[in-house]
Write a protein that binds this ligand. Structure first.
Ligand code: MG
Ligand code: MG
Length: 255
C-alpha cells in the first residue's frame, strides 16, 4: 500500500532525515585509516541516541537474512555493494566505503547513504562515486509530479550505462514513511512513463548502487547479509529520502 503524506508529515520526516544526515556526517568524520567499522557504528549510535531517535536497521530481519541486523549502519567496503555488517575490520589506505543509515523520530523514518574513500583515493573510485552521485541527482530530478516511478529508474539507469557501471538488478529504492520499506518499489532501471504515478506527498528513498565492473551479477557473502560484486570490482551506493512536492523534489535527508 502506498501512503501519501500530509505536509505536516513531510515536515516531521524532514526532522528524521536531519538525524540521519548528522549520523552520516559523524561517521564520515570518524572514518580514517586504522578505524574499525564497529567504531563507525558507535559514532552513528551516539547521534541517534542524542536525538532521541530509534534505528530501523538494528534488529531488522527481512526474509533473506539469516540473523537480525546487529548495527545502526551498514558498512560496505570495496567490493561490498550494500548491507555490509560493521565488523572489527580496520579501514586501510585507499578503501572505498559506503555507509547506509536510518533513523525513526516521532514515528517517521529517514534513510540515506554516502560513499567515500579513506586516505589516498584511487582515481577510478573517485569516478565511480561521482557517477553514483550523478545517478542519484538524475533520479531526484525526475522525482516530480506527473512523472512515474519508471522515469526515476530510467534517469538513474542512463547515468549508470553511460559510466559503464553495472547495478544489482534485484535491489533499488522504495517508498518510506512510518516504516523503512513501503510501496512502491523504485527500480534503478526503469521504462519512462511506466510504473506508479508520482504526486505531492509521496516519499521515496532513491538509491543507485553502481558496480565498476559493468556486470549486474552479485553474490551474498558468508554472513548472509553483505552483497558483493562477483568480479571483485568496487561498488558505490548513495541514497537520499526525497518527497515529491508540487514545488519540486524535497530532499529530506540533508543536514
Ligand atoms: Mg538506506
Ligand atoms: Mg533505502
Amino acid at each position: 500500500m502506498v501512503e501519501i503524506k500530509s505536509d505536516a508529515a513531510l515536515d516531521a520526516m524532514r526532522e528524521a532525515g536531519r538525524v540521519v544526515a548528522h549520523a552520516l556526517a559523524a561517521v564520515r568524520e570518524a572514518a580514517d585509516i586504522g578505524v574499525c567499522l564497529r567504531e563507525l557504528d558507535e559514532a552513528a549510535r551516539a547521534v541517534l541516541a542524542e536525538a532521541g531517535a530509534r534505528s530501523p536497521f538494528l534488529g531488522y530481519q527481512p526474509s533473506f537474512a539469516p540473523t537480525p541486523f546487529p548495527a545502526v549502519i551498514c558498512t560496505s567496503v570495496n567490493d561490498a555493494v550494500v548491507h555490509g555488517v560493521p565488523t572489527d575490520y580496520r579501514l586501510r589506505d585507499g578503501d572505498l566505503v559506503s555507509v547506509d543509515c536510518g533513523a525513526v523520530l516521532d514515528g517517521w523514518t529517514g534513510d540515506a547513504a554516502i560513499s567515500f574513500t579513506v586516505g589516498t583515493p584511487r582515481p577510478a573510485d573517485v569516478a565511480l562515486i561521482d557517477a553514483t552521485r550523478r545517478a542519484l541527482d538524475a533520479g531526484i530530478a525526475a522525482a516530480v509530479p506527473g512523472n512515474r516511478v519508471g522515469d526515476i529508474g530510467h534517469a538513474i539507469g542512463a547515468v549508470a550505462r553511460a559510466a559503464r557501471c553495472g547495478m544489482p538488478a534485484d535491489f533499488g529504492g522504495h517508498g518510506i514513511g512510518r516504516t523503512m520499506h513501503e510501496d512502491p518499489h523504485v527500480p534503478n532501471r526503469g521504462r519512462p512513463g511506466r510504473g506508479f504515478p508520482l504526486r505531492h506527498g509521496l516519499v521515496l528513498a532513491i538509491e543507485p548502487m553502481l558496480m565498476a565492473g559493468g556486470g549486474d551479477d552479485y553474490r551474498t557473502g558468508e554472513d548472509g547479509w553483505t552483497l558483493h560484486t562477483t568480479d571483485g570490482s568496487r561498488a558505490a551506493h548513495i541514497e537520499h529520502t526525497v518527497a515529491i512536492t508540487d514545488a519540486g523534489p524535497r530532499v529530506l535527508t540533508l543536514p
